[in-house]
Design a protein around this ligand. Structure first.
Ligand code: CP
Length: 313
């Protein structure tokens, strides 16, 4: 198979195992491209892509923009904070105005879960979800899978624990879908208050004790406590959270094996992970960021290939 089964990337839930393998294999080629002295290819020379960010971002926004430029696409960037959204313009009006300027694809981050699905039902463009509230962040899950595969050779049978604020995390949900589709065994670990009630229905086990979870796993993905999505307190104090769920050198030294440490960023240093671990050779945090460009090039290239095929011939 050399074509995606979907016309948009709205969430990992909607993509097949074959789609994921195709994206990851294509990303390997693009990783080779971005390590060349000339990092650019002409694949999307006749495409225009709009990056619409209704919520803050550093990594995802810059990574998509760089991926688009490496593919030679024309790029326009929109940030809600400095737009006519502030004057009351709706999402669909905003996007239709942008599309009338002959835009082919839209990459969107939005605080509302389902915003990308809504958009895909109402506008005529290929939509890529760059994070919709606490719902999904598909390209983060794909770059995480790519990074694990790069480090450990495959995902099949690998034990991955996702630690921390699972309740508010789009990264956790997309990772659970993606890792399970690729044959990994997934556990979540965190305080009961930060675990969704029906999390086990997604096919994951729960381990509340971080030391036990670390002993079990090959990979630990440490998530940020998302204070900005909390309207109440979910644990007694930050000090208590760090004692129970923070990963530091002492905790890691108690293990009698090597594990791979991941974090999607941004990091709360000294909370979910200490600086000495985040900056150590055990962590692949900056590899994840680097791989994000290749994975996003792959997603954009594969979606654009479908557009070329069906709309443009
Ligand atoms: N990992 C991630 O989505 O980071 P940003 O919020 O900075 O894009």
């Amino acid at each position: 198979m050399s074509e995606l089964s979907v016309n948009h990337l709205l969430g990992i839930k909607q993509v097949s195992q074959e789609d994921i393998h195709l994206i990851l294999e294509t990303a390997e080629n693009f990783k080779e491209v971005i390590n060349r002295p000339i990092k650019k290819v002409p694949s999307l020379r006749d495409f225009t892509i709009a990056n619409l960010f209704f919520e803050n971002s550093t990594r995802t926004r810059l990574s998509f923009e760089l991926a688009e430029k490496r593919l030679s696409a024309d790029v326009i960037n929109f940030s809600a904070a400095s737009s006519s959204v502030k004057k009351g313009e709706t999402l669909i009006d905003t996007v239709n105005n942008i599309l009338s300027m002959k835009v082919d694809m839209v990459v969107m981050r939005h605080p509302n879960p389902g915003a990308s699905v809504f958009l895909s039902n109402h506008v005529n463009a290929s939509i890529v979800n760059a994070g919709d509230g606490a719902h999904e962040h598909p390209t983060q899950a794909l770059l995480d899978a790519f990074s694990i595969k790069e480090k450990l050779g495959s995902l099949e049978g690998k034990k991955v624990v996702i630690v921390g604020d699972i309740l508010h995390s789009r990264v956790a949900l997309s990772n659970i879908f993606c890792l399970r589709k690729l044959g990994a065994v997934v556990k979540v670990c965190g305080p009961e208050t930060l675990l969704p009630k029906h999390i086990k229905s997604l096919g994951v086990d729960v381990e509340n004790n971080l030391d036990k979870a670390l002993k079990w796993c090959d990979v630990a993905n440490m998530l940020r406590v998302q204070n900005e999505r909390m309207s109440t307190r979910y644990f007694p104090s930050t000090r208590e959270y760090v004692a129970q769920y923070g990963l530091d050198k002492e905790r890691l030294n108690r293990l009698d094996k090597e594990i791979v440490i991941m974090h999607p960023g941004p990091i709360n240093r000294g909370v979910e992970i200490s600086s000495d671990i985040a900056d150590s050779q055990h962590a692949i945090i900056l590899d994840q960021v680097q791989n994000g460009v290749a994975v996003r090039m792959s997603v954009l290239y594969l979606l654009a290939s479908k557009l070329k095929h069906y709309n443009r011939n």
